[in-house]
Write a protein that binds this ligand. Structure first.
Ligand SMILES: *Cc1c(COP(=O)(O)O)cnc(C)c1O
Length: 343
């Protein structure tokens, strides 16, 4: 067990290097491959870091393993709130340690994700229709049943775990000019940006979110955490707020992110199609927001290769097949008009 950083300012590259030792052989060394289509489109090499190849189908295993490895040895069990993938990471990491895990999720979480978490042996509680309600339930359970809470993004060990992706990308390609990071609560962006900026301050790191309910983007603009209304999105893994008492991820994103970019649901759909039809890859809406920003011409002028993180592949298959077939997609109150893929 390493000591816990007490504030965002005391979290450093050495915490990320410690996390790397914890993850070795379990959740590290994912491939990074070029996208021919995107490289041709941008006139710069475009690289995809495939966190879709993680055992749980998403990067969140990194943070979960590191957080659980740093709990006191007598911890009886863990609880968390989740939009799906963090719960899966926590369930997997807890099971590996023979620990009880209780995952609290809102009714907005796709059934495929709920099933995936149950299959890993975790208890699931569906509470309300927002991340905030799921969060409150997990805090209550922690008290009532003596469980340790593992935040999906605002925990120094989670941030350090996700930051190992930044180290791997910079080791593989020190010449990266720009890294596009899918952005929700900002644990991933905070860790990756901290790692990247410490290794090479000239590499730019930009967070990308969907344009409705982009909590970190709005909070950075306001200079303090702001609450958002959660709505259904193809990028369901990016839903939820950053917490009004955010202690780590907000400060780190504010310090290290060069910018944020927002993409529309139609742009996310187009990127999911392009990735599937051109690169023959399947990824969640949340994973392709970097691609979506690039395809939509929303990137700043480029000076070298661009990388993005395909963060996960735990999608709803019916929705995915509908998108690929060009069908209309219901998204809560609205319908995203279908469009067949056109290169
Ligand atoms: C959690 C998640 C993100 C965003 O990570 P944050 O640390 O909350 O910003 C992006 N993509 C996927 C697939 C995720 O599960």
């Amino acid at each position: 067990m390493t000591s816990s950083p007490k504030s965002a300012a005391t979290l450093t590259l050495s915490d990320i290097l410690s996390a790397r030792r914890v993850l070795r052989g379990q959740a590290d060394a994912t491939p990074m491959v070029p996208s021919a289509k995107m490289s041709a489109h941008l006139g710069q090499e475009f690289l995809l870091k495939l966190e879709t190849t993680q055992p749980i189908g998403a990067f969140k295993l990194r943070g979960a393993l590191n957080a659980i490895a740093n709990l006191p040895p007598d911890t009886a069990g863990v609880t968390c709130c989740s939009t799906g993938n963090h719960g899966r990471g926590v369930a997997h990491a807890a099971r590996a340690r023979g620990m009880r895990a209780v995952v609290c999720m809102s009714a907005l979480v796709p059934q495929a994700k709920v099933d995936g978490i149950r299959a890993l042996g975790a208890e699931v509680r569906i509470c309300g229709t927002s991340q905030d309600e799921a969060e409150a339930e997990s805090q209550r359970l922690a008290q009532a049943e003596n469980l340790a809470v593992i935040s999906p993004f605002d925990d120094p060990h989670v941030i350090a775990g996700q930051g190992t992706i930044g180290i791997e990308m910079m080791e593989a390609r020190p010449d990266l000019d720009l890294i596009l990071v899918p952005l929700s609560g900002g644990g991933l962006a905070a860790g990756v940006a901290l790692a990247v900026k410490t290794v090479n301050p000239r590499t730019r790191v930009i967070g990308v979110s969907m344009d409705r309910g982009a909590a970190m983007h709005l909070s950075l603009a306001a200079g303090h955490p702001v609450a958002v209304t959660e709505v259904a999105s193809l990028a369901d893994s990016l839903g939820g707020g950053i917490g009004m008492d955010n202690a780590f991820s907000f400060a780190l994103c504010r310090r290290h992110l060069d910018a944020t970019i927002l993409v529309t649901e139609a742009e996310i759909r187009d990127a999911m199609q392009a990735l599937f039809f051109e690169d023959r890859m399947v990824a969640e809406g949340a994973s392709v927001v970097g691609l979506a920003a690039a395809l939509a011409g929303k990137l700043p002028p480029l000076r070298g290769p661009v990388g993005t993180i395909l963060t996960g592949r735990n999608l709803d298959m019916d929705q995915f097949l509908g998108i690929m077939a060009g069908r209309d997609i219901p998204l809560g109150d609205l319908t995203l008009k279908g469009r067949a893929y056109a290169p």
